[in-house]
Design a protein around this ligand. Sequence first.
Ligand code: PMP
Length: 386
Amino acid sequence: MGKSCYFDNAATSFPKAPGVAEAMTNYLTQVGSNVGRGDYQSAYAAAERVLEVREKLCRRFGAPDPRNVIFTPGSTYGLNAVLKGVLRPGDKVAASPMEHNAVLRPLTQLEQAGVEIVWLPCSHTGELLLDQAAELLTPDLKLCVLTHASNVCGTRMPIEAVGRLCRERGILFCVDAAQSAGFVPLDMGPMEIDALAMPAHKGLLGPQGLGVLLLTDAMAEAMEPLVSGGTGSRSDLLEMPPFLPDRLEPGTLNLPGIYGLGAALDWWEGQDQAALRHREERLTGHLIARLAEYEEDGLRVLGTRDEKKQVGVVSVDFLEKDNAECAYRLERDFGIQTRCGLHCAPLAHKTLGTYPQGTVRFSVGPFTRFEDIDYVQGAVAEILCG
Ligand code: PMP
C-alpha cells in the first residue's frame, strides 16, 4: 500500500491514544469479568476500574457526581436517550440547523408524535445568530439541544451564552459534544449544561461503540429511561432502580471499551492539554490558509475560516468539479483520506449553501503533522489546476 494520510478524524480519530489497544486486550485476556453481576475478585477489580473511569470523566467535564456519568453505546444513543426521555407530545424543543442526524432524526420522530421544534437561526458560516436565538428561547420550551461544534465546517456554537439563557428561563440544555470533547475545554457547571453527550472514539481518542452521557440531577430526573433491563442491582424490582447510574444504564457495559477509554483519559491527563489545544488550533489555521489559496481556482472553504472560532474540521466545495470525484482522487492518487457528501447533517448544508452537492471534509487530530497539510495543499492544487 502507498502513502496514507488520515484526514478523517471527525468521523473517528486515528490513531488512538497510546495504551488504548493494550488496555482493551488486558481486559479481554486478563480480567474478563462482568461488573455488578459476580462476587469474586476480578469482578471487583473491573468494578473499581469502571468507577475510576467515571470519576475521571466527572472531573474532566464537571458532572455533579460520578453517578451522573452514564455509559452509552455512543453519542447517538445518549442524544436519543435525552430527547426521547424528556420530550412528550405538546412539548417544545429548540435546536439549530447545524445539528447532526443523531439529533435531527430523533427530533423528526418526536415531531411526528406532536413535539414542536423551534429552529434557532444560523448564518451562512454556521454561526448561531444569538440575538434572534435569545428571542426564541422562551420559558415555555422544555429543552434546547445544540451541537458544540459543527461536524461539517467546524464552527463552534456559543454554548456559554445559550446555557445562561436556558438556565435563566428554566429550559433544560443538552449539548452534543461529539466534535469538541477532547480538545475543547468543557465544564458543565459554568457552562450551565444539563446533558453532555460524547463518543469515546473521536477527540477523546478511545474506541468505537462507547459513549458517555453526563447529566445534572435535574436532567436525570426529567428523563424516562429509553431502554430498560437488568442492572445487577435491585433485581427484585420490575422497574428500573431509582438511583443513578443504574436507572439509565441497563445491560452489560462495554467493558473492553471502558478500559480503552480509561487508557485514553490517562494519556490525556499526562499531556500538556493547553499546548495540544494550541497546536490543534495552529494546524486548523494552517489547513484553512493553505486551502484558501485556491479560492480563485474554484475552491470554496466553508465556515468562519477562523481557527479561533472553530474546531479542526474544514470543509471545501470544489465549485467546478464533482466533490465525490475529488475525494476519490485525493485517496487514489495521494493516499489522503477525507470524507465526502452531506456528513449526516443535511440542514447544515442548506445553511452553508452546499446542498445537495455536499463538501469534501478534512479533519485533523493530535497526530496530524504540519507537513501533512502541506502535502494536502499540493494534492488539491494538482486536482484543481493539474
Ligand atoms: N453528533 C455529531 C456532531 C457528530 O459528528 C457525530 C458523529 N459523526 C454524532 C453526533 C454521532 O456520533 P456517534 O456516531 O459516535 O454516535
